[in-house]
Design a protein around this ligand. Structure first.
Ligand code: SF4
Ligand code: MSK
Length: 643
């Protein structure tokens, strides 16, 4: 048993203070009970065959090879590769569902789904070289859907969206042989090569990890974001609210959680229907309130301005308020612990993906065909549950946020007088008002004081004129810190502040969910296309980091950033520290090969310093750096900077 690390979020702490120790527990109490395995943490445990499991390492008295003779380096590289494969599979399987929903919509088989953004559909069709004369959006959607579905099973050639990368990057990928052929093919090959007794050269294996990760960022994730835009409309900036206080005391609360926005979109539409709100009133409530957790929250926030109840670590706490009638979950980042917490309240946990069942949950699988009837069933259940509500405590904490930024809306927002251009952003980077850009992504982790590292890193970055783009639970965290409102510009350095105030944007821009990390790739490609900052992504003063990462998806995301020329830092722990040689390969080796490497910084000051250092180095190489003293943060400054 270790000491429980409390999150910095006040709303979460209030709930934690109310849950009893003999209750079902939560992620914070379980993290305190379970010390991380000292062997697994560095990636040097292999259980790939029945001669093992083998624990190997570089320390005194540790065996340096497994029973089969495999070295520490190979084992660590293989574990890393499997994380990339799992992360890519998760994003890409999400994308497949979305493309299939597009096809069902095109064929008139989907209930409650429609093509909301025909202009986006047409531009996609044009990019994919499909029949540009086709006037009927449904016929065009069929063509686009078929074409994108083929990206998963393609055996040869290059995935289509790799062509969006700058030409120099594509040429480098071709030289290295890492442009993905088909999304599924790369995942399968990587898993095959990590089977016992196959690819035992760590660097060679990592090339396939690179190819697979690129199949995520420029394949699965990009397809998911694009097709969701077609189905649900492209996002434009909007104000909303964040934290557990968005749950309602007098309305029926339905919490949607997971990653795929298909069913939640239909649910949200239903919750706005006056007839269903009348039914809620007949049950004694004032109406229906749908809010989100994790990336479903980000998806619905991006397109409908839906309030966000919390990040990954708040899923159980939301139910512990006693105010949740139904929590609807699909895939990824859904804790099994939810079932135990729900059982202590009147909450029904509903699983909607055929891929993900949870013992104790009600399983109501969603298909595009049954979306409306399923949504009706779930809302009816929630209204019924409202009558059984017991004691409720909703922490009265919410903050405003401005969300829904994409590379298109950034071009529009920062476009200046003439609109629709990345020129002003490039000019502001060149003149040093904006020193660079950092993508802060990933999860929140109970191994740290959750939220603290995000908050500290981001505050230090913006104070040093680094524009922050954020996705996933990192974005929710930044919003809970009050960093996603235009008023937060007062926390930025003088240059960034001036730009933010001139155009009325926050210094930290919400870029969406985990699959929307592909939007970050699009944004940085747009910077290169604009000209003036080099002709490859590896020249841009742009860095990525995941200070509190949890999921394997973060490793896939990080690796496609690195493979695209953007260095990435991890906090908490680094998954390959068990092998010095392989960790160096991911750092210096990748830097030499792809122009960007991985790095590890467990402290906020270290992470911010490293990011600012890389940005400054890249600015020097571009010949645009004018020295300026780094603003270092101590605790006193952080307190004063509270929004
Ligand atoms: Fe051990 Fe090798 Fe089997 Fe892994 S593959 S468990 S290292 S014998
Ligand atoms: S949800 S992967 S906890 S960011 Fe996309 Fe949050 Fe991390 Fe899941």
């Amino acid at each position: 048993m270790t000491e429980r690390k409390d999150p910095i979020c006040r709303a979460s702490m209030e709930i934690l203070g109310r849950v009893t120790e003999d209750g079902p527990g939560n992620v914070f109490s379980r993290a305190a009970q379970m010390k991380p395995c000292p062997i697994g943490v560095g990636g040097n445990c292999c259980r790939l065959c029945n001669m093992g499991p083998c624990r190997i390492g570089e320390g005194k008295g540790q065996s340096s090879t497994g029973v089969c003779g495999e070295t520490t380096e190979t084992i660590v590289a293989r574990n890393f590769a499997r994380m990339v494969a799992a992360g890519t599979a998760a994003h890409s399987d999400h994308a497949r569902e979305v493309v299939q929903a597009l096809l069902a919509t095109a064929r008139g088989q989907a209930s409650g789904l429609t093509i909301r953004d025909v202009a986006r559909l047409r531009s996609l069709a044009l990019e994919l070289g499909l029949n540009k004369d086709e006037k009927d959006p449904l016929k065009l959607a069929e063509l686009v859907g078929q074409c994108l579905l083929a990206e998963f099973g393609r055996q040869d050639g290059e995935i289509r969206f790799a062509g969006r990368a700058p030409e120099r990057r594509q040429a480098l990928w071709r030289t290295l042989g890492v442009i993905p052929r088909g999304i599924d093919r790369e995942v399968v090959e990587l898993l095959h090569r990590t089977h016992m007794g196959v690819d035992q050269d760590a660097a060679h294996l990592t090339r396939q990890s690179t190819r697979t990760a690129l199949a995520d960022g420029w394949g699965g994730s990009m397809i998911a974001s694009q097709v969701q835009d077609v189905l649900f409309g492209a996002p434009h900036p909007v104000r909303s609210k964040v934290n557990l206080g968005v749950l309602s005391e007098d309305r029926v609360n339905v919490v949607i959680h997971g990653h795929e926005p298909l069913m939640p979109e239909v649910l949200v539409a239903l919750a706005c229907d006056p007839a269903w709100n009348e039914k809620a009133k007949a049950a004694g409530a004032q109406g229906i309130n749908v809010v989100g957790i994790c990336c479903t929250a980000n998806e619905l926030l991006m397109r409908r301005g839906l309030p966000v109840a919390g990040s990954f670590l708040q899923q159980e706490l939301a139910i512990s308020t006693g105010a949740v009638e139904v929590m609807v979950v699909d895939v990824q980042c859904v804790m099994q612990g939810l079932a135990g917490v729900a059982a202590c309240h009147h909450t029904t946990l509903v699983t909607t993906s055929e891929k993900a069942h949870i013992p104790g949950a009600l399983h109501r699988p969603f298909t595009p065909e049954n979306a409306v009837s399923r949504a009706e069933e779930i809302v009816a259940l929630a209204i019924e549950n409202f009558k059984r509500r017991g004691e409720v405590y909703i922490p009265p904490h919410t903050l405003d946020l401005v969300a829904r930024f994409t590379h298109e809306s950034v071009r529009y927002t920062l476009g200046g007088t003439y609109r629709g251009s990345y020129r002003p952003l490039v000019d502001n980077i060149v003149n040093g008002r904006i020193k660079g850009i950092c993508a802060v992504v990933g999860c929140t982790n109970p191994r740290l004081r959750a939220g603290e590292m995000h908050a500290q890193v981001v505050r230090e970055l913006i104070a040093n004129d680094v524009l922050v783009l954020s996705t996933g639970c990192a974005a929710i965290n930044c919003a809970k810190e009050g960093l996603m409102v235009p008023e937060a510009a007062s926390l930025a350095g003088p240059g960034l502040r001036e730009v933010c105030e001139a155009v009325g944007i926050p210094p930290v821009l919400h870029f969406g969910s985990c699959v929307d990390n592909s939007r970050l790739l699009e944004a940085v490609c747009a910077l290169v296309r604009e000209g003036g900052l080099g002709d490859d992504l590896s020249e841009l003063p742009v860095v990525g980091c995941a200070p509190e990462w949890v999921s394997e998806k973060v490793i896939a995301i990080g690796h496609y950033f690195v493979a695209s020329g953007i260095p990435v830092g991890l906090g908490v722990s680094f998954p390959t520290l068990g092998s010095t040689g392989f960790t160096e390969h991911l750092g210096r080796g990748m830097e030499e090969e792809l122009g960007a490497g991985w790095f590890y910084e467990p402290t906020a000051a270290g992470m911010a310093g490293r990011i600012i250092g890389i940005i400054s180095q890249r600015r020097q190489r571009l010949g645009i750096e004018k020295g300026r003293e780094r603003v270092l943060f101590d605790m006193e400054m952080r307190r004063k900077l509270d929004v």
